[in-house]
Design a binder for this molecule. Structure first.
Ligand SMILES: NC(=O)C1=CN([C@@H]2O[C@H](COP(=O)(O)OP(=O)(O)OC[C@H]3O[C@@H](n4cnc5c(N)ncnc54)[C@H](O)[C@@H]3O)[C@@H](O)[C@H]2O)[C@@H](O)CC1
Ligand SMILES: Nc1ncnc2c1ncn2[C@@H]1O[C@H](COP(=O)(O)OP(=O)(O)O)[C@@H](O)[C@H]1O
Ligand SMILES: [K+]
Length: 521
């Protein structure tokens, strides 16, 4: 499991070590230099003579970059530090100069203009300075982004740094193999370290070397898309307490998946009840029931008017109401289908009364009671979450949910009591007692009609298989939801690696995906 901690948690864990004189910056910067050495070797086959440009901001993040630069200079690398703040880390600067590295202050003449003529002169020379800095960075083998790290204030980069990064990103395209490899120090500068925001301009990194612990912003969209590969450097921090946000890996999902023992029978393995689809829209019913069957449910009951189509595709499914261990409610249930909405409502009543876990998706979301237990999992996409929250008095649009998925998923959990699985390229799950996950397992090809119905059925099977545990320990529910998102994403890869997908193929890939996962786990 990949765990992440907030900047405050990391700083608190650093404090006792710093007080005891542990050289954290030396550890961080030598690991950073090691990463740059590897990049140089991969890119040019040699370290000596490589060109590295450091973007250096006012704090310790810049200090890390400068110390790493000193190390690289001693290895024969040509190092140029661009100081983007009036003052940069003193010791780091001295170390780089001692090692023979160059430092250049960059101003862009836009700030502090005095009298007109002087201002114009300053502007001209500043613009030239900035242009030269951009040229140097664009021509380097590696650019090290040490402008801001844990100390970044909300709102993103400002001033010279913002202008330089803007020009540099215009000059270089990520797919251009001749452009520099960007290595971010601790975090890409200017992202929301704790919330994954990307309010201003950010230099997209190919690699982020992060210190002590991963930060939530490295796992959350939109910032996660700017971090590249993330390499964690352990600093020996004692990070007590719960992590802020986690990401499950294959072994974690395998541990959570119920595997039948010799005494298993279909009822003990979990029966899933599915209220989905309509005669007009039978597809969702077929996909949700198929996914539940293929994910290994003991039995699947279908409730609704699309039974004929369901049986034509899945003869294993049993039609009609009966005892179930978990429900899947809402895929393909249209707002004008009173009969199916009535069945959803009565299943929801049962859920509140008897306490089975349930997946509440699509058309069932607007039938959700005021408060539900955490073993009810909502599975909205950003638009559906915005609608649900707006109906409860929050003024929020789809774009805002996409910009801050963790925040709004948390709000939905607080409002409803439910565990919330917010779908997207990164699927964010929030449950009780601060439990939160961000899963990035799916190929973008999975953004296809019906994929959500498959996820609902898959999660339903998992909840049915672990229904007693889920009801007993509500903090297990978000982990189960995250595991379902992982398996769903993996099934997308499995179904057609790097190519177009249709939802039926994703469902069909579930058994082999689970077999591979359980064999490795
Ligand atoms: N605490 C430690 O001992 C360690 C810290 N390390 C490094 O130190 C970093 C944190 O250092 P700092 O606390 O100095 O913070 P930063 O280096 O992130 O920068 C903070 C400085 O930037 C300014 N600033 C913040 N937002 C700004 C903005 N939007 N525009 C312009 N200026 C802005 C602040 O006023 C402050 O002067 C970590 O990210 C990591 O790279 C590592 O060396 C490991 C050990
Ligand atoms: N860009 C993306 N990359 C990867 N997965 C995505 C992306 N966009 C959406 N998904 C996933 O595809 C599925 C789409 O579900 P949903 O929006 O409910 O579609 P539908 O209602 O048609 O089934 C979700 O599991 C979601 O996480
Ligand atoms: K940085």
């Amino acid at each position: 499991m990949l765990l992440s901690w907030t900047s405050a948690q990391v700083r608190a864990a650093e404090e006792p070590l710093l007080a005891a004189g542990v050289p954290l910056m030396a550890r961080a910067s030598s690991a950073l230099a090691g990463a740059v050495v590897r990049v140089l070797r991969e890119r040019r086959g040699a370290v000596v003579g490589g060109r590295v440009v450091l973007l250096v901001g006012p704090g310790n993040n810049g200090g890390d970059a400068l110390h790493a630069g000193a190390y690289l200079r001693r290895r024969g690398v040509d190092v140029l530090a661009l100081a983007l703040a009036p003052r940069v880390h003193d010791e780091g600067r001295a170390a780089l100069v001692r090692a023979g590295g160059r430092i250049q202050a960059v101003t862009d003449g836009a700030a502090g203009a005095g009298r007109e003529a002087r201002a114009q002169r300053a502007e001209r020379s500043g613009a030239t300075e900035l242009e030269a800095a951009v040229r140097a960075a664009a021509g380097a083998d590696v650019v090290v982004d040490g402008i801001l790290g844990l100390g970044a204030r909300p709102g993103g980069l400002t001033g010279t740094a913002a202008r330089l990064v803007t020009l540099l990103t215009q000059r270089t395209t990520p797919s251009d193999e001749r452009g520099p490899v960007v290595v971010a120090v601790d975090t890409p500068s200017g992202i929301g370290v704790d919330d994954g925001g990307a309010a201003g301009v950010v230099l997209p990194a190919d690699l982020t070397v992060t210190f002590g612990a991963a930060k939530p912003g490295l796992l959350l969209p939109p910032a996660t898309h700017l971090a590249g590969a993330v390499e964690l450097v352990h600093l020996g921090l004692d990070l007590g307490g719960a992590p802020a946000l986690a990401r499950l890996e294959d072994a974690d999902a395998a541990d959570l998946w119920p595997v039948p023992g010799p005494a298993a029978q279909k009822y003990s393995r979990g029966v899933v009840g599915v209220v989905a689809g309509t005669p007009r829209y039978p597809g969702a019913a077929v996909l949700a029931t198929s996914a539940a069957v293929l994910a290994g449910a003991g039995m699947v009951r279908y409730v609704g008017d699309a039974g004929e189509e369901v049986l034509a595709h899945r003869p294993e499914v049993v039609l009609g109401v009966g005892r179930v261990q978990a429900w899947v409610l809402g895929p393909g249930v249209a707002p004008d289908d009173d009969a199916q909405r009535g069945r959803v409502a009565s299943a929801l009543e049962g859920v509140l009364h008897r306490g089975e876990p349930a997946v509440v998706d699509a058309g069932a979301l607007d039938l959700l009671p005021e408060r539900v237990p955490a073993h009810v999992v909502l599975t909205p996409h950003a638009g559906e979450l915005a609608r649900l929250l707006s109906a409860r008095g929050h003024d929020v649009a789809r774009e805002q949910v996409e910009a801050e998925p963790w925040r709004w998923a948390r709000t939905a959990h607080e409002e409803t009591g439910a565990t919330v699985l917010l779908k997207g390229h990164v699927t964010v799950v929030v449950g009780p007692r601060g439990a939160a996950y961000a899963q990035a397992d799916a190929p973008a090809w999975l953004a296809t009609a019906g994929a959500g119905d498959v996820l609902a059925g898959l999660l339903g099977a998992l909840l049915a298989g672990r229904a007693d545990d889920a009801v007993e320990d509500p903090t297990l529910v978000p982990a189960l939801a995250a595991a379902a998102a992982l398996v769903h994403g993996r099934a997308g890869h499995h179904a057609n690696p790097d190519g177009p997908l249709h939802a039926g193929a994703v469902a069909a890939a579930i058994p082999a995906t689970l077999r591979a996962l359980l064999a490795r786990g």
